[in-house]
Design a protein around this ligand. Structure first.
Ligand code: SF4
Ligand code: SF4
Length: 92
């Protein structure tokens, strides 16, 4: 299992992508409101690309990526007050 951890410059948010589980569907890339994520070529994978963090400084900790990833490949650590209503509902 390959876990890639990125911490925001402030140290407030941490995002972990499990690259082993990522199937390259790009849902997280399309839904992230801050364009934090991008698809990056991965020639060694049958999908051809996987999600990577490319602009962690823009992350607002909304957790949409974590909630919407169908493969549970993203985990976000953020203060409770920053959670989106949808993420908060899922985490009840
Ligand atoms: S939504 Fe999940 S499986 Fe799809 S690209 Fe993003 S991390 Fe990978
Ligand atoms: S927590 Fe929100 S802003 Fe940060 S990467 Fe995920 S969807 Fe984008």
């Amino acid at each position: 299992m390959k876990l890639v951890k990125t911490v925001s410059a402030s140290g407030e948010y941490t995002l972990v992508i499990n690259e082993t589980w990522c199937k390259g569907c790009r849902i997280c890339v399309d839904l992230c409101p801050k364009q934090v994520l991008a698809m990056v070529e991965a020639p060694d994978r049958w999908e051809g690309a996987i999600a990577k963090v490319t602009a962690m400084e823009a992350c607002n900790g909304c957790e949409i990526c974590e909630v919407e990833c169908p493969d549970f490949a993203i985990s976000v650590t953020a203060p409770q007050k920053k959670k989106s209503p949808k993420a908060a509902e899922v985490n009840k």
